[in-house]
Structures are given as C-alpha cells and as structure tokens.
Design a protein around this ligand. Sequence first.
Ligand SMILES: Cc1cc2nc3c(=O)[nH]c(=O)nc-3n(C[C@H](O)[C@H](O)[C@H](O)COP(=O)(O)O)c2cc1C
Length: 459
Amino acid sequence: MPQEYRMILKHVDQAGYTPDLECYVRHGGYQTLRKAVALKPVTTAEGKTESGPEQIRKEVMLSGLRGRGGAGFSCGLKWSFVDRKSGKPIYLICNADESEPGTFKDRQIIYKDPHQLIEGMIISSYANDVHLAFIYIRGEFAEGAKILNRALAEARAAGYLGQNILGSGYDLEIYVHRGAGAYICGEETGLIESLEGKRPYPRIKPPYFPAVLGLYQCPTIVNNVETLCAVKHIVEMGGAAYARLGTPNNTGTRIVSLSGHVRRPGYYEIEVGKVTLGELIFHENFGQGLRPGRTLKAVIPGGSSAKVFKAGEKITLRRKRPDGSTSVQEMDLLDLPYDFDTIAAAGSMSGSGAIIVMDDTADMVAALANLAEFYAHESCGQCTPCREGALWMSKILHRMDTGRGRAGDPAQLLHLAQNIQGRTVCAFGEACSWPVLSFVSKFREDFEARGGGPAPKNS
Ligand SMILES: Cc1cc2nc3c(=O)[nH]c(=O)nc-3n(C[C@H](O)[C@H](O)[C@H](O)COP(=O)(O)O)c2cc1C
C-alpha cells in the first residue's frame, strides 16, 4: 500500500511538538552534530588519511542525495566542485526562497522544525570548512525569519553554534537574510547578487559557478532547505542506508506539495520513486482523488515551470542508456513513478516536487494567463527575450482570456516561447516558456476556441 515515509517531517505536525530548542533536543536533536564533530581521522584501504569532514562528504556522495530545490543535481558532486585550494573563505547559503508556484514544503520545516535545518546547516558547514553561512529567506516569510533567528540564538546560547562548537574547536556563524519577495532571488546566482546587496541579475555560468566563484567571488555552496535537512539524516544513518531508501539514482525521501483539485491537498514525504503520480492524486493516503463527479484534465508535475501533462495522454519515456543509445517505453500518465528521472524521461520535470492537479472545470487559457502574468511580473529584465517575451505572452493570454483572442494567437504564443527558451542567462527563460509551450500544444483546442483560430499565412 503506498504510504508516506516521514523522515524529515517526522515531528512536524506531531501533537505537542514545538519549534524550540528544548523540544528539539528532547527528540534527539543535535546528537548527529555531536557525532559529526567528534569523528576521528581514519585511514582508508588505500592508506590515505581521511578527516572527519572528508568522511561526511564521502557519505553524502554515497547517499546519492540530489538537490531538492529544483534541478535535482547531485549534492555530493556539487560539494566536490568546491574550490578548496583557492585560499579564500568558503560560504554556505541555504536557499529558503521557496517561490516556485505550487511549492509549500520548505516553510513547514522553517516554521515547525527550524533546528533540524540549523543542525543540517552546521553539519554541512563543518563538512565543507565553512565558517560563515547564510539563510536566504523569502521576504514574505517574515514570521519564518523571526522563528529562525530565535532558533539560531538558542543554538548559539547552547554551544551548538558560534565559537568552539561543542568543544570541537570549530567555529561557525549563521545569519538570516530576508529577500524582498522576488522569484528570481531563488535562482542561485541571482540570490548571491541579492545577498551582496545588488539587483538580483543572475550571473553567467561559466565562469560564475558558485562552487568556484560565488558570494564575494569566493567558493560557495547553495543548497535548498530540504537538501540540507537530508544531510543530517545521511550523517545519522550513513550514506549507504540512505541510498537504500527510494529507488536507484533517485534515493532517499522527498517532500511533495500537492495542490489544486484534489480532495486532500497537502505536503507528503515519500520515498522517491516508490509512489506513482496516480497514487499521489487518488490514493486515500494522499490526495484522495477529485471532487465528486469530476474527471482529471491535467497535471503539472514539478512546480508551475514544469511542462503540463494532459490526462489520458500516452507517455513516452525516453532514457539514455550507458552506451549512448535511447530506450523508449510507453506508459500511462498515472502509472509514472514520482522520481526525478522518470518525470524527466516523460518530457517534464519533478522540479521542486510541487504537483498541481486540474480537473475538467479548469480553464486552461485562464490558468496559463495567470501563470504568464506571474512570470512577466517576476522576470528580472536582464535578458531581452525574457523581459519582452514574458510580458508579450502575458498580454496575449490576457486578451484571449477576456474574449479578445485573435486568429494566430496560439501560434504566436508558441513562436514567442520557442524564442525565449535557451536564449537567457538563467533558467527563468525555460521556466516562463515551458508552461506556454506545453499548455498550448497539448490543449490546442481550448486555445483555438478562444477566438484564436489557426495561424494566418505569413504571420
Ligand atoms: C527561476 C528560478 C527560481 C528558483 N527558485 C528556487 C527556490 O525558490 N528555492 C530553491 O531551493 N531553489 C530554487 N531554484 C534552484 C536554485 O537555482 C538552485 O539550483 C538550488 O537552490 C540548489 O539547491 P539544491 O541543489 O539543494 O537543490 C530556482 C531556480 C530558478 C532558475
């Protein structure tokens, strides 16, 4: 029977569980940090001496943990890219911007179990020789920032943070930095610019890979809230045990934000790949299906930037084999295991883990007009295709939504989206064009019906 596997959310929503230090410690909190800073150097089979921090980095690599912020990049690999020979300080930034529409998981940890995040950050900092770390929190989470600052003060007073942590000789300070409420500040290089006090224009990669040239041009690790919490559990149970959770290459647990037309929307922690999209929407342990009499129309599988799936569409999974060839497999949408690789092979992405469900009452033109307005508002304006294109798409969609569609509008939308993706400094270009490309091509009839009509010749 498909069910939740609560590891990071173990105590969240438990009766009597409060976000203060005393409660966290009573439930075993900061024991993993104690274990981490006490690790003694070991000699490997190859005769190499491995320090405690190196052992932690090895466990994180072994765990197969992939970033939970959106891109699903290997955490261990990201840490291995950190330039440790530059002689510059190394920084850690926790990305607590959580602004992808449909996503509401990180805030559960911040508001209800902040010390878990702080412990994860201290262990990650220790593992990477970081002495100064930041939590970049979305501006709207004013209360979240207060809760974190209170928790940091408690941790400092108890010797888990600050100078000589738990008598280990290791020093670390963590600061909370509030954003001003801009989606682009979730993009890691835009975030870094913002943290430096500048307008959050994302940086070009290369050369500005944060692990090499990040905050103040120093090596910097940017990880999502949930990713950093997972590190604590990896150190607690060991990388190999963590890797046994979930499925190969999609290890551990992840928190799914389920919203839209389901009877029981909410956040659910699952073993990655052990629950299907259909089970998340329909099973009694998760979404509990649609409202009476309704049928499924569409599913956005990974936050509003992800390409939408149409109910009933035959999904063709395309996967690269190790020899470079491609395997092709047909599957029903609802049978797709919810993991990074399957959703990507199906032509979309699991992104931030936010599933938005739409039933037959959903107006696809209105829904896309809503999303397009968000992206037009949030484009930072640095790259012309995104700045102009996102606004243009939003204007067309608003016109269509208010009964003023013109012949050729659907084709024009596709043309605009195709000319934004791949032509911008950061992935916002894809974020704003993928919904348009997928909505318009998969629900063409809905868009044609709004006075769109077929494209005129030479339009
Ligand atoms: C437009 C845009 C918005 C993003 N917003 C967020 C966000 O709100 N939170 C987040 O953790 N990552 C966000 N990301 C992904 C970050 O750039 C980065 O990949 C992530 O913080 C790395 O952490 P992880 O490896 O632990 O996932 C966003 C990316 C883009 C392109």
